[in-house]
Design a protein around this ligand. Structure first.
Ligand code: IMP
Length: 424
């Protein structure tokens, strides 16, 4: 009956996991549509913290289906580890389904990701080294020996595909990068013990998605963020999939006219991990403050995130690229102590004013943000539960963000717990 897309409006780490978790309470299925174990979401339930990289945060709601659709890529070792860790904490994972068509990240994809990054030297992308680029490369190059989840159901087929893939990969590993060749036995022996745990979850998920679309509420959850999109992000400093809302259609088989709502998740300031342009980046005390107050360190890699003021130009562009119907503002409480808060409302590039990101994203390296300053509220927001309780300065900041995004506000997050959310 309805489908909602959750999309990151910045460079990832906007807090999508928490918002998905709230929506999952009333959803019939939560479906992840792209990416793999490069993601990282932390959800807090009754004070208990869950860190997940691959499995969507919807897994905590056992009455809803939790689906990894065909646009995702799956690392079987990570999947087994997350299922076992969740089970140890009382989450059954019986509701988890992974598409037969999702491609599989093998240990040599992770190895190649690292070798490619080393070889790029100063020009490295700063990937998570989880094998994302090499796996999507195999998928799009249509290698007959690319491994999909369905291939994990048959031991002898899996072994022969590994053998066929390694025939090519070992040439690259050895002769291009000077690495040690990988043996078929070593790879098979690493994957084989995961199979008993993951096989029961491999399924034809399209029927499930269709049924929920007809009878219930479907939440389609994106990983990463708009400006890490392969086509619309700051190429080449992007991921190898499509985090934008359109990616939800590609990755799940739900057509565009069946999407009712697109909630763009916007952190109240900006962060980025890895290399690439970042016009509002702060390399000063204010940036340090945001990093330590927001605990801005990568969930997957532990790397300190680059921090800066909210980029209204990026937000306006993201809102359009995703056809956002509303925004959820996250981590507003991180700004509690600021005396003055800045928002970039335009860029100046070579003497010209830009209100949207230029399509030639190389120009971003020369962008000087034009800032608007707003007074801070200098009091804690984390206990507030309705807009009426919010200080005027905080409310005005939130309204300014909504004006820049040109859409309504769905909710405001003022702390990591589910209850710390001001709904509108
Ligand atoms: P990859 O997806 O591991 O290939 O990394 C490509 C770029 O996307 C790098 O700059 C990563 O830091 C970034 N990236 C990948 N996943 C995430 C995420 O979940 N949050 C933020 N950045 C990410």
């Amino acid at each position: 009956m309805s489908a909602t897309v959750i999309v990151g409006a910045q460079w990832g780490d906007e807090g999508k996991g928490k918002i998905t978790d709230i929506l999952a309470e009333t959803a019939d299925a939560v479906v992840r549509y792209q990416g793999g174990s490069n993601a990282g979401h932390t959800v807090v339930v009754d004070g208990d913290e869950f860190k997940l990289h691959l499995i969507p945060s919807g897994i905590l709601h056992e009455e809803a289906l939790c689906i990894m659709a065909s646009g995702t890529i799956i690392d079987p070792i990570c999947m087994r580890d997350e299922i076992e860790a969740l089970r140890e904490r009382g989450v059954s994972c019986n509701n988890l389904r992974v598409s037969v068509n999702a491609h599989v990240i093998m240990p040599y994809h992770r190895l190649l990701d690292g070798l490619q990054e080393e070889a790029r030297g100063h020009d490295s992308i700063g990937t998570t080294r989880r094998g994302i680029g090499p796996t999507y490369t195999d998928k799009t190059s249509r290698m007959p020996e690319s491994i999909r989840m369905v291939d994990l159901l048959d031991d002898s087929r899996l072994r022969s595909l590994i053998e066929a893939q390694l025939a090519e990969k070992n040439v690259i590993i050895e002769h291009l990068y000077g690495g040690e060749p990988v043996t078929v036995d070593a790879v098979f022996d690493e994957i084989a013990p995961t199979l008993d745990v993951i096989r029961p979850h491999i399924a034809d998920v399209r029927d499930d998605i269709r049924r929920v679309l007809e009878e219930g509420h479907l939440v389609l959850e994106g990983a990463q963020g708009t400006f890490l999109d392969l086509d619309y992000g700051t190429y080449p400093f992007v991921t190898s999939s499509h985090p934008v809302a359109g990616g939800a259609c590609l990755g799940t088989g739900v057509g565009p006219t069946e999407i009712d709502e697109v909630i763009a998740i916007v952190k109240a300031y900006t962060t980025r991990v890895g290399a690439g342009s970042f016009p509002t980046e702060l390399n000063d005390e204010a940036g340090e403050r945001l990093r330590s107050r927001g605990y801005e360190f990568g969930t997957t890699t532990g790397r300190p995130r680059r921090c800066g003021w909210l980029d209204g130009v990026a937000l306006r562009t993201a809102s359009e690229l995703n056809s956002a119907t509303s925004i959820a503002i996250t981590k507003l409480d991180v700004l509690d102590a600021e005396e003055t808060i800045k928002i970039a409302v335009a860029y100046e590039i070579n003497g010209k004013r830009y209100e949207r990101m230029p399509e030639n994203l190389d120009m971003l390296d020369h962008a000087t943000p034009i800032y608007e300053e707003m007074p801070g509220w200098q009091q804690p927001l984390s206990e507030m539960s309705s807009p009426d309780e919010m200080p005027t300065e905080a409310w005005e900041y939130v309204q300014r963000i909504a004006t820049l995004a040109e859409c309504d506000i769905w909710g405001i997050s003022v702390g990591p717990a589910r209850a710390q959310t001001i709904m509108l």
